[in-house]
Write a protein that binds this ligand. Structure first.
Ligand SMILES: Nc1ncnc2c1ncn2[C@@H]1O[C@H](COP(=O)(O)OP(=O)(O)OP(=O)(O)O)[C@@H](O)[C@H]1O
Length: 249
């Protein structure tokens, strides 16, 4: 199976401090891949490197075999990679519907169509309604996003991330701050929305990671110390020592 995302010898320093130290990582097409590691290991920085928010000091990032490192985020997005952020990132004053429609409009090439009555565009309306249903927020469509519960906002954000039709999705701690029940619902949602796509997820909740991921990579001090199936990672003594401890015993 060919690679959706590939990092080749990627290094990133801020000033004199090496944060990412020679990462080689392959995420296969259609795979759900989790990136785990202790606080400050460099997970968000890795996401920023893949999505173009920061450029590598050396090495390269490839999306479907094409080098994307050095491109700005919007160009990487146009090539089919979309990401969510650790903090909720929705337009608080716009309704749920408008937030999703905005993301759909962008992807359908109507991005500067402010003068048109965009609700008259059937493909936009249908796709927006579909995503709204997918994230279980149809009943909340006219509510300003800022008034949603925290879990609903995170669901909306996942909806916005996939609304553009990207087939490579990066989610940064999508269940952070959620209750157990909300986390379970979010996992079901993520599974549904990323079906048939490639998912790279950063997540601290090990029940989410081990329940969702086909493969897991473990990042410690800017280096990948192991990559493998959940079983391989669970049984890896280096991983237990450096990170998991007895958490998954
Ligand atoms: N723009 C920056 N300038 C300087 N240092 C930075 C910058 N961005 C990140 N760092 C440093 O890089 C290290 C890794 O940060 P990063 O946010 O990637 O870790 P993380 O694994 O995502 O952590 P967490 O799990 O807490 O979110 C940290 O020590 C952080 O302070």
């Amino acid at each position: 199976m060919s690679a959706a995302i590939e990092l080749r010898g990627v290094e990133k320093s801020f000033g004199n401090v090496a944060i990412i130290r020679n990462i080689n990582l392959t995420v296969a097409q259609g795979e759900r891949h989790a990136l785990i590691g202790p606080n400050g290991a460099g997970k968000s920085t890795t996401f920023n490197l893949i999505s173009g928010y920061t450029a590598p000091t050396s090495g390269s990032v490839l999306l479907r075999d094409e080098v994307i490192s050095g491109l700005p985020p919007y160009q990487i997005n146009r090539r089919g990679l979309s990401r969510s952020f650790q903090v909720t990132n929705v337009f608080a004053n716009m309704s749920v519907w408008e937030n999703l429609r905005c993301a759909v409009l962008w992807s359908t090439g109507h991005r500067y169509a402010f003068w048109k009555n965009v609700d008259n565009l059937p493909e936009v309306r249908e796709r927006t309604a579909q995503i709204l249903a997918d994230i279980d927020l149809t009943a909340r469509r006219d509510v300003p996003a800022g008034l949603l519960t925290y879990a609903e906002q995170r669901a909306l954000e996942i909806g916005i991330t996939v609304a553009g039709g990207a087939d490579v999705i990066l989610l940064d701690e999508p269940t952070a701050g959620m209750s157990h029940a909300e986390t379970e619902r979010a996992v079901t949602l993520i599974r549904r929305l990323t079906k048939g796509r490639t998912l790279l997820i950063v997540e601290h909740d090990m029940s989410v990671v081990f329940g969702l991921a086909d493969r897991i990579s473990v990042l410690v001090y800017g280096q990948i110390i192991a990559s493998g199936t959940p079983e391989e990672i669970r049984g890896n003594p280096k991983v237990r020592e450096a990170y998991l401890g007895e958490e998954v015993a």
